[in-house]
Design a protein around this ligand. Structure first.
Ligand code: GLC
Ligand code: CA
Length: 528
């Protein structure tokens, strides 16, 4: 049976940077509530909100000290309730970010665990003796140090592969599992529609704690192939258990970590594990039609018939795609962002947008003194390994504070906000924002785009083209010119343009079609 999450367009909100309702410079839940009408007009049908739970903010919410409450930076539990109700009343579903590979070192469970070996919580975490050499080569990725952190009180080290403030759970302990599953039920009862599962393929570690082999890749591998600290097949059992809790109405989308798309594909467990799994290959693909096609074909081939794809180009951990795909000029960069939007919203699979991409927000180097992300501080002066550049505040208006805040923003606003902002985009029918709205509306109205098959077509250099079709339904043609010069595609039959650039005729007949630089063309085959 077809499920809502196969049809929905998703939108990720990084709450700290979306909208600040009280002038403290930090985005919050009331800020999101105030922008729900905007999101409804944009046409998105589900939100994934990055963590807003109680947290010392060592990793900006990815270090949770209480899974059942809201951090005062973001508001209260009452605000969360209201957000869920208000979103639902606009037909928008809400997904929370469940961070349960680890918690915060300030979580009462860890405080009890580290105080004494006798505490019932002790075995909910992972320990090795303090004396002697480090147990293996695993890394604390965001701090670039060893993953084993001393805990003199018990004469042990605990495992933490992100920062030392994020001790990792021992998922082999059944009581711990029950605790986490209860947390999932708690939010389901408050009405949330599913979870994005943070580093979900890291929950289980190698039983023998073997050292990872070398990898030549810095990002995201950090020079190790993560086959022992992550990506263990034992994790699939947890996905099955989690799915049983919420059934298929509540969606589970995994951050299936690392470079190996086969692991992401396997996380669906043939229709019994995750409902959706992120594949980050498009984050590494260059701006090139052929490379994109190869990447996509590989991903589609890996997925079995019961595995529904996800398509995404950006999130809060990697530089935004408008920046990754930037051209030599502002126009070229903007043009590419529009082609990327058409790609994301016409492929087969649930699209995930990252806040601000609808106005082609970009990244820029942030001065050392203003960096907030541990990884950014540790890897300074390399500018774009740290994650602050993709987390700058949403650009709503050209007013001071970009309409994000009336105070001092927690991260500097990109100075291009004066021209690049939502208000300007809404007032301009040729803006990138207008294009996103057009594409989302077309996707919502067109079953071929939402659920149809996809067939790549051979096209001239620089052009990516495919058809989307349903048996007994229509056939759509998507032609995207990635190049900044003209491109070509042979078409047969008659077509009616649904989305295209200004000046193009509304009808097409069989021809060698010439596409202008960075042109997007979406057409429907005319019936005889
Ligand atoms: C995920 C999050 C990232 C966080 C890490 C540790 O990769 O997306 O932001 O730092 O997990 O929780
Ligand atoms: Ca605030």
């Amino acid at each position: 049976m077809r499920q809502w999450w196969q049809d929905a367009v998703f939108y990720q909100i990084y709450p700290r940077s979306f909208a600040d309702s009280n002038g403290d410079g930090i985005g919050d839940l009331r800020g999101i509530i105030g922008r729900l009408d905007y999101l409804a007009t944009l046409g998105v049908e589900a939100l994934w909100i990055s963590p807003f739970f109680t947290s010392p903010q060592r990793d900006f919410g990815y270090d949770v000290a209480d899974y059942r409450d809201v951090d005062p930076d973001y508001g209260s539990l009452e605000d969360a309730r209201e957000l869920i109700v208000e979103a639902h009343s606009r037909g928008i579903r809400v997904l929370l970010d469940l961070v349960v590979n680890h918690c915060s070192a300030e979580h009462p469970w860890f405080k009890a665990a580290r105080a004494s070996k006798e505490a019932p919580e002790h075995d909910w975490f992972i320990w090795k003796p303090l004396a002697g050499p480090l147990p293996n080569n695993w890394k604390c990725e965001l701090e670039l140090g060893p993953a084993w952190c001393p805990n003199p009180a018990t004469g042990e080290r605990y495992l933490a592969t992100f920062t030392q403030f994020q001790p990792e759970f021992n998922w082999r302990n059944p009581e711990l599992r029950t605790k986490i599953y209860d947390t999932m039920r708690f939010w389901y009862e408050l009405g949330v529609d599913g979870y994005r599962l943070d580093v979900s393929t890291a929950y289980i570690k190698d039983e023998e704690f073997r050292s990872n082999p070398f990898s030549p890749n810095l990002v995201p591998d950090m020079f190790q192939r993560h086959i022992y600290d992550r990506n263990r097949p034992e994790v699939f059992e947890i996905f099955r258990e989690m799915r049983a809790i919420g059934g298929d109405e509540k969606v589970l989308i995994g951050e299936t970590h690392g470079r190996d798309p086969a692991m992401a594909a396997a996380s669906y467990c043939e229709g019994e594990g995750l409902h959706l799994a992120f594949n980050f290959d498009l984050f590494d693909a260059p701006w090139d039609a052929r490379a994109m096609r190869t990447t996509l074909e590989r991903w589609y081939e890996l997925l079995g018939p019961e595995s529904w794809p996800v398509v995404t180009l950006s999130n809060h951990d990697r530089p935004r795609h408008a920046w990754r795909f930037r051209g030599r000029t502002k126009e070229e960069t903007e043009g590419r962002a529009r082609v990327a939007a058409a790609l994301l919203l016409t492929l087969r699979g649930s699209p995930f947008l990252y806040y601000g991409e609808e106005i082609a927000m970009s990244c820029r180097r942030i001065p050392r003194a203003m960096l907030r992300d541990t990884l950014g501080i540790k890897t300074w002066p390399i500018g774009f390994i740290g994650r602050d550049p993709e987390r700058t505040p949403m650009q709503w208006t050209s007013a001071a504070g970009a309409g994000f805040t009336t105070g001092r923003p927690w991260l500097p606003i990109n100075p291009d906000y004066e021209e690049r902002n939502v208000e300007a985009g809404l007032g301009d029918s040729s803006s990138t924002l207008a294009r996103y709205r057009e594409l989302i509306a077309l996707r919502r109205a067109t079953p071929e785009l939402r659920e149809g098959g996809l067939r790549f077509l051979d096209a001239g250099p620089g052009v990516l083209a495919y058809e989307r079709f349903l048996e007994g339904g229509e056939t759509l043609l998507v032609a995207l010119n990635f190049a900044s010069r003209s491109g070509a595609l042979d078409i047969s039959g008659d077509w009616e343009i649904l989305i295209g650039e200004d000046g193009r005729e509304r009808k097409l007949a069989a021809c060698r079609l010439k596409l202008a630089s960075l042109e997007t063309l979406i057409a429907k085959r005319c019936r005889d």
